[in-house]
Design a protein around this ligand. Structure first.
Ligand code: AMP
Length: 282
């Protein structure tokens, strides 16, 4: 059975009781409109902990003025059903006023230089908003372990950085991306795609295929290959394609050899989609 909790005091009490009973607690932070990707995180959380808390909170601090905050899909009843099936113990779904009584926090986490690149360049302040709320959720819930998806690779990098830089006492678990049959990464935003855009969305993972097929050459060849996979398609606009060193999240230098991460962001029929893949360069 999944218990729904909406207040900070009640979730703290629940977790404290679990702790007293010697149980290990995992937190899976989400923005709801749950799909198979989120459920894979819940399944992993169940493997590494005894009590699984899933938060559903559409965080206003991570949306810019031009982003889709008001339009972002919300389906708490649907989420509750999926979480019960998936065996989550607690659904923590606070109202915005419970976590953010002033609308936003005055004091914030700054994501630093990497927070201003790639997703952060297209969405200024996005990662400061993400990290601030993730840190708040970690303080509120106090889990032993927190679970994130590799789908949001830059977010994972920055959460790991925050945990290290600020000595946050939590373990980080990362789950690989869950995809549709044609390779499209599952995303709450896929609900925005009409039939035509949905067909075109396949080009996002196809750009990663193209990049990977040029990985025996160099990063420039990978970028060119990915760009040409998307070129000429009306309705697909590339935001960025980058090949980074996973350890630093900086673009790889000429002549880099070894494990690299290819990141892509594109707008398909007006919907922004992101994806990434580890490749071996050289
Ligand atoms: P969101 O609700 O989009 O903020 O995502 C909540 C968590 O689910 C984040 O850690 C995401 O990286 C993860 N997630 C989203 N989509 C997927 C997916 N297709 N596969 C695995 N994890 C995902």
């Amino acid at each position: 059975m999944t218990t729904t909790i909406t207040t900070v005091a009640a979730v703290r009490e629940q977790v404290a009781a679990a702790r007293v009973a010697g149980r290990r607690v995992a937190l899976v932070p989400t923005m709801g409109a749950l799909h198979e990707g989120h459920l894979a995180l819940v399944a992993h959380a169940r493997e590494v902990a005894d009590v699984v808390v899933v938060s559903v909170f559409v965080n206003p601090m991570q949306f810019g003025p031009k982003d889709d905050f008001t339009r972002y899909p919300r389906d708490l009843d649907g989420d509750r059903g999926l979480l019960a099936e998936a065996g989550a113990d607690v659904l923590f779904a606070p109202e915005a006023t419970e976590l953010l009584p002033d609308g936003r926090t005055q004091v914030r986490v700054t994501a630093g230089q990497i927070g201003d690149t790639l997703e952060g360049r297209v969405r200024p302040g996005h990662f400061d908003g993400v990290l601030t709320i993730v840190l708040k959720l970690l303080h509120v819930v106090g889990p032993d372990v927190v679970v994130f998806g590799q789908k949001d690779a830059q977010q994972v990098f920055l959460v790991r950085r925050m945990i290290r830089d600020l000595d946050v006492p939590v373990g980080l678990e990362v789950v690989q991306t869950i995809r549709e049959d044609d390779g499209l990464a599952r995303s709450s935003r896929n609900r925005y795609l009409d039939a035509g855009a949905r067909r075109l969305a396949r080009l996002v993972p196809a750009a990663l295929d193209a990049a990977e097929s040029a990985a025996d050459r160099d990063a420039d060849a990978m970028t060119a290959a990915a760009q040409s996979a998307l070129a000429g398609e009306d309705g697909v606009v590339l935001d960025y394609l980058a090949v980074v060193d996973p350890a630093t999240f900086r673009p790889v230098d000429d002549g880099y050899r070894g494990r690299a991460l290819v990141l892509v962001a594109a707008r398909v029929g007006g919907t922004r989609l992101i994806d990434n893949r580890f490749v071996h360069l050289g």
